[in-house]
Structure formats: C-alpha cells, structure tokens
Design a binder for this molecule. Structure first.
Ligand code: ARG
Length: 266
C-alpha cells in the first residue's frame, strides 16, 4: 500500500476525476489509515512503499504491477501523468528479493486490469492495459489469461467491475462487451451479479481473503449478497479516494502466493 501523502486531483484521466472539486487530503489519509488498520485487524501483513511527490495517484498501489509467488511484473502506465509510478514500483519490487522482476514492455496497469482467479488470470482491456499485455502476462507467469473487453468509461479498469471471491467472482455485466459478459457467465455460472447502484459506488473494487471481503461501506446491497453466500463483508469508508475513481482494491497490491501452474512454469 502507499499512503496518500501527496493525494490530490489535478488531472482527469477517468470520468470520476473532477479537478474543480475540492479534495480533503487529511480525510483521505485518515480513511486510508482506516483501511490499513482493517487489514491488520484481520490478520493481514501490510507492506508500504514510499509515496513520491508529484504522483498523486500513487496511492492506487494495485496499478503498480502484478506479484505472484516469487515473480513480479511492474507496470507500464497508459497516461503520462502516472508514467513515473512504473519505475517507482519496479524499484520497490526489485528490493524485495523476488526471483524475477520484469518491467512490462506493453501498457499494463497491474492489478487494475489483471485479477488472479485461482489457476487463471482474468484480464481487462479497452481503456488502459493493452491486449498485448495479456500475452506478456500469460508468458511471464505461465498462467492462462482470459481477455475481457471493458466498454463503459466509468469502469475503466477491470477491478472497478469485477472482484474475485473464493471460488467465484462478483461482477457488473454492463461494464463488459456482450461477448466478454457471456464468457464470464459461462466460466462463473454462480457469480454474484452486482446492481447498478453497487457498481456505481465502486462496490466491486474490493479485496477478498477467502472469507472477509473488504469493500466500500456504500455498497450495502453487495454486502448483503456477500453475507448470503457466507462471506463476511468489512465496510470501509474511502469517499475521498472515490473522487479519483478508486476504492479499496485500487489501494491494495496483493502479494499472491504462487499457484501450482506458476510454480511449474518457474
Ligand atoms: N485516478 C486513478 C487513475 O485513473 C485511479 C486508479 C484506480 N486504480 C484501480 N486499480 N482501479 O488511474
């Protein structure tokens, strides 16, 4: 995670960002501290990266890359405003002692567009990460990648429209092209389908540890759906970060354990 010490909205690269609307950085910091504390209270270890001045979106650590087992791929951002975050996250990864750390050659916004779902990776394209990045990720991690087309600019990253749960997913079908929505319906017949209202507060931008689901406290319908499936939703207030188009998952780069296939490929 990256503390939002330099958080502000000074450019607009997604429809949530309004440079004329005021942002309360002190509140953003307090809310972020709340998310970190919630992870720690539920037994999760949190590593932090040093926030850099001039990179207001660096708080969205999910975009820094992809880490599975001892392999890490650092991001290559689509927008020049965020370009310097790629090398910053790369340096952090290189310092961790992973067996292999590669800087993405293709435009790749990390876990924003790549969701690790057991033995496969679900990958978004259309606004940020390039389709070529899907192939690069498949090759680097030795895992099958399912490409999905995003079509609604409000849901510009895969993690704004889809959340991986224990053995299924929750998603918002209207964020995807017809063929991609059909692919998801076929792969996950028992998925949770989010309502318009829950998707519109970025309720799907959550993190599931197998039982707890950390998500915005505004997604009350989704929390009820999750509870009905046996999960324990943990509501988090990140209203200031929503002004930049991010929520819980965006603030979190997960360090995934190696899967069987990734270990075999490595
Ligand atoms: N303002 C940031 C951007 O538009 C928000 C990134 C949110 N991150 C995410 N993983 N969806 O790039």
């Amino acid at each position: 995670m990256c503390r939002p010490e330099h958080f502000e909205v000074t450019y607009a690269i997604n429809p949530w960002m309004d440079t004329s609307a005021p942002v309360d950085r002190a509140l953003a910091l307090a809310q972020w501290d709340g998310l970190r504390a919630a992870y720690e209270a539920h037994g999760h270890r949190v590593e932090v990266i040093e926030p850099l001045a001039g990179l207001p979106d660096m708080v969205f650590a999910a975009n820094g890359g992809l880490v599975i087992g001892d392999r890490a791929l650092s991001a290559h951002f689509a927008n020049p405003e965020r370009a310097d975050e790629g090398p910053a996250y790369h340096r952090w990864m290189a310092a961790q002692g992973f067996a292999e750390v590669l800087a993405a050659g293709e435009t790749n916004e990390g876990e924003g567009d790549f969701a690790i779902a057991g033995e496969r990776i679900l990958a978004g394209t259309g606004f940020r990460s390039a389709r070529g990045a899907h192939e690069e990720v498949a090759e680097f991690f030795g895992l099958p990648v399912v490409s999905l087309d995003l079509v609604d600019p409000r849901f510009y990253h895969l993690d704004t429209a889809l959340m991986v749960l224990d053995d299924t997913i929750a998603y918002y079908p209207a964020a995807f092209s017809g063929p991609s929505a059909r692919t998801l319906a076929r792969l996950y017949p028992d998925a949770i389908i989010a309502t318009d209202a829950d998707a519109a507060v970025l309720g799907l931008n959550g993190v599931c540890d197998g039982y707890h689901v950390f998500l915005t406290d505004q997604a009350t319908g989704l929390a009820t759906q999750l509870r009905a499936r046996g999960y324990d939703p943990v509501g988090i207030d990140l209203s200031e970060l929503l002004k930049s188009g991010g929520s819980v998952k965006c603030c979190t780069l997960e360090l995934h354990r190696a899967t069987v296939s990734a270990a075999a490929a490595g």
